[in-house]
Design a protein. Structure first.
Length: 334
């Protein structure tokens, strides 16, 4: 979905409850930014509300769910959709007729955005589509979902609990680099540009400690990789669920949708793509270790297999990825 021509800087986030968004928005507007032509700069830790170009007219049996695009999450840009008379973010009730509004909060980087730029995406569904744990195990036996070092993960190593768990890779590359931590106060970044920025200006490399572990500093934003490679068969999609806070003082996942065909190669040329994990510790320093489970995938059935899969002639940026940086940055060379 695409940004409209104006962004409203607002005093605080809100939900409209039983009122239209435009009516309640008037109570919180601080400034209005023109997104046409050169666009506008969005500052960190300030909420903005942007009317989207697209509107919806859903039938009574069709509902929607929105999530950030992968590149949006990897820049630590927090987004969520609200609709008229709504009580929840990112969930669009069956039969909804009306406009869509995107709340945008850059958390690590000051960013420039323009009209028609896409920061998030919408999925439509009807009826029960989510797989149970038993169905996930059965699917893995038929079409492996997780791989480790090019081999399908043995079913006894598959961990499920209302979804399929993924663990962290904290061994990293030959230099011990396991990911990146966002720098404080980097230069502004234009979200419409790709392969345009030197990653060293925005990120510090993160290297493992002895024992294949790292300590997360509270409030800092990290990009890490899953230890397992994920394969999404053509007839399915998956969503990364937010981490259970009872399992640790951190949050993973801002953008977590896996399209049909992610990590899938019908010719068997590769097996799976590792998942980028966006991680932030909360109130205290928190230690994480290699293979520690930090997120899980829920799977959904597609109505039918797509004509074009992720990675096939559609400019997919993250098929077969071995690094977590978004497409805005030049690739690291060592």
């Amino acid at each position: 979905m695409r940004l409209g021509e104006v962004a409203y800087r607002i005093r605080c986030s809100f939900l409209p409850d039983n009122r239209p968004v435009e009516l309640k928005l008037k109570e919180f507007v601080v400034d209005e930014l023109d997104l046409r032509r050169d666009g506008a700069v969005l500052e960190t830790n300030r909420p903005y509300l942007i009317p989207l170009i697209e509107e919806l007219q859903l039938p009574a049996d069709l509902k929607g769910r929105a999530n950030p695009k992968s590149s949006t999450g990897r820049l630590d840009v927090f987004t969520r959709v609200i609709t008229d008379q709504s009580f929840r973010f990112d969930e669009i009730r069956p039969g909804y007729h009306g406009r869509l509004y995107l709340e945008v909060v850059p958390l690590s980087f000051t960013v420039r955005v323009k009209q028609t730029l896409s920061l998030n995406q919408l999925r439509l569904s009807f009826g029960p589509s989510r797989l149970t744990d038993e169905e996930i195990h059965a699917l893995h036996r038929d079409q492996p979902l997780l791989y480790r070092e090019g081999r399908a993960l043995p079913e006894e190593d598959l961990a499920t609990a209302d979804g399929l768990f993924l663990g962290l890779d904290l061994r990293g590359d030959a230099t011990g680099r396991v990911g990146y931590r966002a720098k404080g106060f980097p230069p502004p970044l234009e979200m419409a540009r790709t392969a345009a920025y030197d990653w060293e200006d925005y990120w510090d490399p993160v290297r493992r400690e002895d024992g294949d572990r790292i300590v997360l500093a509270p409030g800092n934003f990290y990009l890490l990789l899953s230890e397992e490679a994920v394969q999404i068969p053509p007839g399915y999609a998956a969503e990364m669920a937010a981490y259970d806070p009872t399992s640790g003082e951190l949050r993973t996942h801002y953008a977590g949708f896996f399209d049909p065909g992610f990590g899938f190669d019908a010719g068997g040329g590769f097996h799976g793509s590792r998942a980028a994990l966006e991680v932030r510790a909360h109130d205290v320093p928190f230690m994480i270790e290699h293979r520690q489970r930090v997120c899980k995938l829920s799977f959904e059935r597609m109505v039918e297999e797509p004509h074009v899969l992720y990675g096939q002639s559609m400019g997919s940026a993250y098929q077969g990825q071995t690094d977590t940086l978004s497409k805005h940055f030049k690739r690291p060379t060592g």
